[in-house]
Design a protein around this ligand. Sequence first.
Ligand code: A2P
Length: 290
Amino acid sequence: DVPAVELNSGTSIPQLGLGVWQATNDETERAVLSAIDDAGYRHIDTAAAYGNEEGVGRALAATSVAREDLYVTTKLWNADQGFEPAQAAFNKSLSLLGLDYVDLYLIHWPLQNDDRLLRTWDALEKIAESGRAKAIGVCNFEPHHLQLLVDKGGTLPAVDQVELHPHLPQHAIREVAGRHGIAVESWSPLGGTSNSGWGKASKPNTLLSDPVIAGIGERHGKSPAQVLIRWHLQSGLIVIPKSVNPDRIAQNIDVFDFTLSDADLQEIATLDDGVRVGIHPDEMNMGAPE
Ligand code: A2P
């Protein structure tokens, strides 16, 4: 069974979920239904910017698993930052999802305007107070962004979802987040897709074909993806591997019958070279309001 991670919001999140970035509405609907009904996932991670909240919503309407047993995350797109725009965008996401609440609502990127970011956080706090988001959090926040919210003195984010995998283990962010009880979620946990650049030149995924990861997999009779997912879980991270393929969706949750040894973990630690697949958050300003 997928363990639950307690959040500082007082709610808990399944430690493994399904990511649906770069999937169409139809692909997403099929992937989410297969994940929930066939593979046993209970946690789905989408975003307004993925353009597939409607597909997630159709799957949630079709499954027989009860809403209270599912965990749904969506994210506020850059263009909608600000107090009023964030609330309008949240309402639109809820309506596309066909839900009356989400479990987690995240700011997708910090952008480069701290005043607007703080007003956006005010909007998320208001949404949380209304009960329509059971927890609120952020994505792609560097330590200096987290510090802004710590200094503000209101609700702390329940999570910070960042690019994180063995090439980019994000020790600094994990240290700061840990000090404030903020859980860390890994995006592109398998090392990403060949075009996960958000405006950057695309790069091939090297982790799924990495000999170190493959060798560890062979020792355990597990695939490279399963080794990577296990690494996130044993590192105390929340992990949301993306797949639209039913076999890989099932494979990615079949990770609770083996354990990476300390030697395995030490070998994986040698892969830390700081190489990202996505853009650095301090450079991201795509779609930012005027
Ligand atoms: P697909 O959707 O066709 O399965 P990340 O989560 O790091 O962004 O990586 C997702 C990428 O890895 C997608 O291209 C996805 O493709 C692929 N993928 C997901 N699960 C597996 C797996 N178990 N084995 C190989 N590739 C996988």
